[in-house]
Design a protein around this ligand. Structure first.
Ligand SMILES: [Zn+2]
Length: 336
């Protein structure tokens, strides 16, 4: 497989953050290595410095066939420069399955020896493709973490805690189980198994994994189109019909709907909705209020984008369930 240039590798990093819903602001010239960025979403923001290399086979006859690695070359010095007040990411990119591997910067703070390389096992790379992330215990007790691009935001946010979590076998086991089935881990297990300093981050990681899993299923079911207007352009959210915090809300695909950013907001604010026959409604009471306040600009354009009925998934089990639709409409004050 052809090796990618630094600019191409960093492009994968930028795309991964953007696909995960993050803003990527350049603090270094595009393509310059290491790349420096300001990453923001909602009220979260952090600065990162990204070192990245191609992941290749270990090579040589004495190496195991399952040993892959990044080889640290071209630094221009023999140490990694840390991102002061931010996060330093050391990443590998495996083009074969399009997954990243992350290594713990804190363990490589000192001057590097001649021709250093960091290892990650083939099993972890392949398992990350199936399960979004996987851990690889290295002999040195360092944990390498392999993950799919959409997990990069959660990985960077919880960087230190995730790498530290492998320090005990109990924690490592919990993390491995969480990768296989995030919704199978209860909050109390995290409290019992994970040491206090890392508990919050592990809990956040579980939430992020569940959200990614839900969103991926919903967007695939709707073929990455807004159910209300049909737009694609990667402007979509996998939205919950019955909001997450409500009793009875679940992460089933049938409690989800793919909505573009505009229609997601309109749905959450009760400007539009749909009934169990999937007919779309506009909230005339609210429109009247907005009209009186002089805030109904472009209403005709808004109305003309709406389908009569939402576009539903081909797969029956994935279509919005009546109970979720009715309860959500009740909670949002609809009488239809
Ligand atoms: Zn839309």
């Amino acid at each position: 497989m052809a090796r990618l240039s630094k600019a191409e590798l960093l492009q994968h990093v930028e795309d991964a953050f953007r696909d995960g819903g993050w803003n990527v602001l350049y603090l270094s010239r595009k393509g310059e290595h290491p790349g420096r960025y300001r990453i923001c979403r909602d009220d979260h923001a952090f600065t990162i410095r990204v070192y990245i290399w191609n992941i290749t086979h270990g090579g040589g006859r004495q190496r195991s066939a399952s040993e892959y690695r990044i080889q640290i070359t071209g630094l221009g010095q023999d140490w990694f420069e840390p991102e002061i007040g931010g996060k330093t990411l050391i990443l590998g990119w495996w083009p074969n399955d399009e997954v990243f591997a992350g290594f713990d910067y804190r363990r490589h703070k000192k001057k590097l020896g001649g021709s250093p390389s960091f290892q990650v096992g083939l099993a972890a790379l392949q398992s990350a493709l199936a399960n979004r992330f996987a851990i690889h215990r290295k002999n040195t007790s360092e944990l390498a973490i392999a993950f799919r691009p959409d997990f990069l935001g959660a990985y960077a946010e919880n960087l230190e805690a995730l790498h530290d979590t492998g320090q005990t076998l109990r924690e490592e086991n919990l993390l491995a189980r969480m990768a296989l089935e995030p919704s199978g881990i209860a909050e109390h297990e995290i409290r019992e198994e994970i040491a206090e300093p890392r508990r919050w981050a592990v809990s956040q990681t579980r939430r992020a994994l569940r959200a990614l899993d839900f969103s991926e299923r919903v967007l695939n079911a709707y073929k990455h189109r807004c159910a209300v207007c049909g737009i694609q352009l990667q402007l979509l959210d996998g939205a919950h019909i019955l909001p997450v915090a409500e009793p009875g809300s679940t992460d089933e695909t049938s409690n989800g709907i793919a909505l573009c950013a505009l229609h997601h907001r309109a749905y959450d604010r009760s400007l539009i909705t749909f009934d169990p026959d999937y007919r779309i409604y506009v909230n005339d009471g609210r429109i009247e209020g907005l009209r009186k306040a002089g805030l109904d600009g472009k209403l005709q354009g808004f109305r003309s984008q709406l389908r009569e009925v939402i576009h539903i998934p081909a797969e029956k089990n994935h279509r919005p369930k009546q109970q979720f639709i009715e309860r959500a409409n009740e909670l949002r004050g609809w009488h239809i």
